[in-house]
Design a protein around this ligand. Structure first.
Ligand SMILES: [Zn+2]
Length: 205
């Protein structure tokens, strides 16, 4: 009898002790949801070409992408909607807290040569690869520029994002042709359309 009581107490301690309690399961991601992160912002300008700054171009593309995705029924979260300065932690903490299904961080590349131009997508985790691949393929094809493919990059945002994530470097802002396409054509609209198509392809596959 005594032994049984002793065993019962041991078992009770085991289940009541929070150390042994099952970890709470994280909430499931919101279906068809995207956390859109406009890179840089505030005193962090990014790359630039004359009066065009990367932080502003990133935000414009992010806003166009949000509109396009919402039109087709997606839920979109934005890490910033104005010129605020955000840390990497601000970005991934926000996206993780929203339980977004995927994260796309929008950037544009820079070079000391105004002739260089290509698309590239960055990834970190194995679960980022399919999304990064889809983004760089769709953006380079739509913009009609070469693709540099995907590249592994240990960015804080990619490291700490709990969902598949990628950094899109759509084109080189420092490129002279891109400069005139932004000024005289609907280059950013075109890029946002490509990113929206990439997101839809990713979810449909
Ligand atoms: Zn950037």
């Amino acid at each position: 009898m005594r032994l049984r009581l002793f065993l019962a107490l041991i078992l009770l301690t085991f289940f009541v002790n929070p150390v042994f309690a099952a970890k709470p399961t994280p909430p499931p991601p919101i279906p068809y949801s995207v956390c859109v992160d406009a890179g840089h912002g505030g005193n962090d300008i990014g790359t630039e070409n004359q009066e065009l700054t990367e932080k502003e171009i990133n935000l414009q593309v992010a806003q166009l992408l949000k509109e396009k995705l919402e039109t087709v029924g997606y839920t979109v979260f934005m890490t910033r909607t104005d010129d605020s300065t955000l840390s990497n932690a601000d970005r991934y903490n926000f996206c993780n807290a929203q339980t977004a299904a995927i994260l796309i961080s929008i950037h544009h590349n820079g070079s000391s040569s105004s002739a260089v131009d290509y698309s590239q997508a960055l990834y970190m985790k194995k679960s980022d690869v399919a999304l990064a691949q889809e983004v760089v393929n769709t953006v380079s094809t739509s913009l009609g520029i070469p693709s540099q493919g995907i590249s592994r990059f240990a960015s804080g945002v990619l490291l700490k994002a709990k969902m598949p994530a990628t950094i899109s470097e759509g084109f080189f802002l420092t490129n002279s042709t891109e400069y005139s396409l932004i000024k005289n054509n609907n280059r950013l609209e075109q890029e946002a359309e490509a990113l929206s198509a990439a997101v839809q392809n990713y979810f449909d596959n």
